[in-house]
Design a binder for this molecule. Structure first.
Ligand SMILES: [Zn+2]
Length: 191
């Protein structure tokens, strides 16, 4: 059997596109739409200025010229993406609507050309929403939707994209994993 190197390269570039934008979807949801994090209630930012401050703090590297109005629109995008990380069958209709709303379409940019999934003339919010939504659609569309997941620890709704080999990740991070372990240990001792 011969292995065609072009296909290998192409596949890993598609994977990295999906990974990058799925992580961006995670960042949007956790920054703008989470109610509980690491065992504590958090108040999602409630107005454009507050949303913008939190977004700028979360984005590395910092994004281009974002406004408070953009941040408000991104909060809507985050609210639309969040249910895709919930347990149960993926909310395909909602994602399809989001892709239409933000005019997701494959297109080539720059020189050398790079593949993206927003119109060339799209504004930043539409471009981000279209690219992030497309990445989640790719994950779901190849039967990997259960990798879009919420933290299983008590009092934490943060979401993540599970890239472990056997899709076994349960927590948003180490602090929740440790808290869950400690509470399971206490429960065993009580039992
Ligand atoms: Zn957590």
């Amino acid at each position: 059997m011969t292995i065609d190197p072009w296909r290998i390269t192409g596949q890993s570039q598609i994977d990295s596109y999906v990974g990058r934008w799925a992580e961006f979807a995670v960042l949007l949801v956790n920054t703008l739409a989470a109610d509980r994090a690491h065992g504590r209630t958090v108040t999602p930012p409630a107005d454009g200025a507050d949303r913008l401050t939190r977004l700028l703090a979360a984005l590395t590297p910092p994004a281009g010229p974002l406004t408070a109005a953009d941040a408000d629109r991104l909060a809507e995008v985050a609210a639309g993406l969040r249910p895709l990380f919930a347990d149960g069958p993926p909310q395909v209709d909602r994602l399809n609507e989001l892709l239409v709303r933000h005019a997701a379409v494959p297109a080539l940019y720059g020189d050398p050309p790079k593949l993206g999934f927003h119109r060339l003339e799209a504004d930043l919010v539409d471009a981000w929403a279209a690219d992030a939504g497309t990445a989640l659609a790719m994950v779901i569309g190849v039967g990997q939707g259960t990798r879009l997941r919420s933290c299983q620890a008590d009092g934490c709704d943060l979401v993540f994209f599970d890239v472990t080999r056997n899709a076994s990740r349960r927590f948003c991070g180490l602090s929740c994993q440790n808290r869950a372990k400690a509470s399971a240990y206490r429960a065993r001792r009580r039992g």
